[in-house]
Structures are given as C-alpha cells and as structure tokens.
Design a protein around this ligand. Structure first.
Ligand code: NAD
Length: 382
C-alpha cells in the first residue's frame, strides 16, 4: 500500500501528519511512503530527512493524491474548511483519508467526500477505550495545549510564577486557577507547578479531584450537584444554564483572587460553556491573565476572541488559536505515532480492512461507498 502525506494547507498550520521516524517504521512494515515537497518543513523536518528514511518526495500534489491509497493529513474536511474542497478535486473513489475533520462541529463538509466515494476517518471520534489510547490525537494535542497555555500565561503576566526570597524582599508566588481538569487541564496544573505557582483547579467530574491533588494542585470544592456530569468515555455532559449560573457564582471569588486563569472546559460536539463572564473579568486585578483554551469552540470566557488578545481594564484575555501548531515538532511526533497506530489497526495482510465489528473503526468511519455512515454525524445532519 502507498501512504501519501500532503503539505498542510490551513494558514498557520505547521504540523505534519508523519515525521521521518514513523515514515521509516511504515516503510519497514512494507508500505511505500510519499511526501509532498516541504510537508515537514514548518515542523522542522526537511525533505532530505524523509528521503533518508526511505520515503519518496513528490512535488506535484495532484500526483501525490493519485499515487496514494491512503492519505494521512493533520486536517481534512471541516478541520480545514476553507481549503478542503481543493483536495476533493484530487480525490477519487476508493481513496482512504485519515485526519482531524471536526466531525461534530462542521459535518456539512462530508457530503463532498461521500460524493467522491472516499473512505474518510475522523480521528476525533476515537472511542476512549484502552486499546485506542495510543491513537488518541485529542489527548496528545491536549497535552501540548495544556503545557503551552501555561507558558503563554507566564509570558503575559507582569509577575513571576515562583516565590522568591531575595535580598530585595520576598516575592509572592503567582496564583493559577485552572477550570476543567481533563488532559489539557492536568498538564497545565503540572506545568504551572513546575514553574512554582500555587495552583488550584475545578472540574465538574468529581473523579478528577484525586488527580488534581496528586499533581500538587488544590481542588476547589463547590456545592454543585454534578450527579450525572460524566458520560461515556469520561467526557463531560452539557449541563443546564442554571448549573452554569451557579458555577459562575461560586467561582467568582477564586477568579478574583487569581493572577492567571486557564480555561479548558469542553463538551464534545457542543459550544463551550461560558464560565467567566465580562462582569467576572471586571472583578479581576489589572495585570492578570486569562488563557482560554476553549477559544476555538466559542470560548469559556465571554470576552474571548479566537486568535486574539483582548485587554479589558488591564486584564488580558488570550485566545490562542491552533495552539498545538506552536509546538509543531513534538505535536507532529505525537500525531504521527497516533495515526500510524490507527493505520496498523485498519490494515490487515496488506489491505484496508473495514471491520465494522471493531468500534475503533465503526466510530471513526465517516464516509464510505458514497454515503455518510457515522451515526452521530448523520443525526446532526438530519
Ligand atoms: P475535554 O477536552 O472534553 O474537556 C476538558 C475538561 O473540561 C473535562 O475534564 C471536562 O470534565 C471539563 N468540563 C466540562 N465542562 C466543565 C465545567 N462546566 N466546569 C468545569 N469543568 C468542565 O476532556 P478530555 O481532556 O479530553 O478528557 C476527559 C476525560 O477522558 C478524562 O478523564 C480523561 O482521562 C479521559 N480520557 C480517556 C481516554 C481513554 O481511556 N482512552 C483517553 C483520553 C481521555
């Protein structure tokens, strides 16, 4: 089988779907690997590194698509909504595409793939089961995002994170509050602790408390009825507006006392809940910083603008768009490992094997033989 890796076309996307080391591993397994010229450049991988790994560099994108049985991308369909239609022109019936696709937020893009007869997989829909852990791109990218969010906050804060006892006096450590302690939030807690901050966190899934504490964070207790807040796979459910109102009320004080607030609260397939209102921002001290990791899904702060830094009475609200692309080398390395593990599960005896009994395949398969087949996507499209 031939796998092809096109250059990513979204503006500012610097990751690549396959790094040379994993390309080499695929070649050892018997694949042909073709890479579009310059595909790895923004992540620090020269064409030469791929050639040394045994891959072929192809300068013509259309040729790359037609040579490949399986196309590996970071972004396809709705995850590259302005540009994916150019790829549709290069795709033909029977081709397999594996990528991030924004399946629940932008499902309309899939009609084009179905019409072309493409077999498309969206990695965001991987089930959260042990066997799929090493394929889980959301966890990998959340790890990167949580780490980088803290660095962005530290860089924007007019104070230092650690406590310092100096001849010029004792400097107090920064107080960091993290809302949502999933993969990104936990990584943010660990990173802020390493920098010496005093860290507290809240998540509506009660199971998280222990994890927060094991990283040295303080779990902020709130008297909220979170009874059924966890759904299948450990994801949070959408709570009612009344719940969010109470939650905001209870968090106001912690937020007002924090130097840095990092928000990561997400509900899969839904707009992110507003947990920090404009009024709550007014209660924060000038010089403090909010980094909103939910910025691409509407944001957890009312004032967030995706891709911008807003100044509200001296409080900076940062919406770091495509944050994982700012650490493209490691992000690509992790993505590459995830996507090749997925591929290994998909291919048997040198052929693509769509085994619908396997929930990894059934959950991620979006289009096949001219149809949109993913049940959740079909439900949204109606
Ligand atoms: P996510 O990105 O969907 O959400 C981030 C966090 O925000 C979650 O912890 C969620 O509970 C929290 N949240 C949502 N609404 C909130 C609110 N109103 N207030 C406070 N917090 C709110 O989640 P995630 O980081 O992808 O992970 C969720 C869970 O899934 C974790 O427990 C993780 O360990 C688990 N997981 C399991 C596997 C696996 O078994 N293969 C893989 C990855 C993650």
């Amino acid at each position: 089988l031939t796998t092809g890796v096109p250059r990513e076309t979204l503006d500012g996307e610097s990751r690549v779907a396959l790094v040379p080391a994993t390309a080499q591993a695929l070649i050892k397994q018997g694949y042909q690997v073709q890479i579009e010229t310059g595909a790895g450049l923004a992540a620090g991988y020269l064409d030469e590194a791929y050639t040394n790994a045994g891959a072929t560099i192809v300068s013509n994108r259309s040729e790359l698509f037609s040579n490949s049985d399986i196309i590996l991308q970071v972004r396809a369909a709705g995850a590259n909504s302005d540009n994916y239609s150019q790829d549709l022109d290069l795709l033909s019936s029977g081709k397999v595409v594996i990528a991030h696709c924004e399946p629940l937020a932008e499902p309309e893009a899939f009609r084009g793939y179905a019409d072309k007869g493409v077999t498309l997989f969206a990695l965001e829909l991987l089930p959260r089961i042990t066997r799929a852990q090493s394929m889980d791109v959301l966890s990998s990218m959340a790890t990167i995002a949580g780490y980088k969010a803290v660095l962005i906050a530290a860089n924007a804060l007019p104070r230092m994170f650690p406590m310092m006892m100096t001849a010029a006096g004792t400097l107090k450590p920064a107080k960091v509050f993290i809302i949502g302690a999933g993969v990104a939030g936990l990584q943010a807690i660990a990173t802020a602790k390493r920098l010496g901050a005093v860290v507290s966190a809240y998540d509506l899934r009660p199971a998280v408390k222990e994890q927060v504490e094991s990283l040295g964070g303080k779990f902020v207790e709130m008297e909220l009825d979170t009874g059924t807040s966890e759904q299948k796979g450990g994801y949070a459910k959408e709570m009612g507006e009344e719940f969010y109102r109470k939650q905001r009320e209870m968090m106001s004080k912690v937020i007002a006392e924090s130097d840095v607030v990092i928000t990561t609260a997400a509900v899969p397939g839904k707009k992110s809940p507003i947990l920090v209102t404009a009024e709550m921002v007014q209660g924060m001290k000038p010089g403090t910083v909010i980094v909103d990791l939910a910025c691409e899904k509407g944001g957890n702060c009312e004032l967030t603008v995706n891709g911008q830094t807003i100044d509200s009475n001296g409080v900076k609200i940062i919406g770091p768009k495509n944050i994982t692309s700012t650490i493209p080398d490691h992000a690509s390395e992790m993505y590459s490992k995830n996507i090749t593990t997925f591929l290994k599960n998909l291919v048997a005896d040198g052929a693509v094997n769509i085994n619908m009994e396997d929930e990894i395949i059934a959950d991620t398969l979006i289009t096949r033989e001219g149809e949109i087949v993913q049940p959740r996507v079909r439900e949204i499209l109606g």
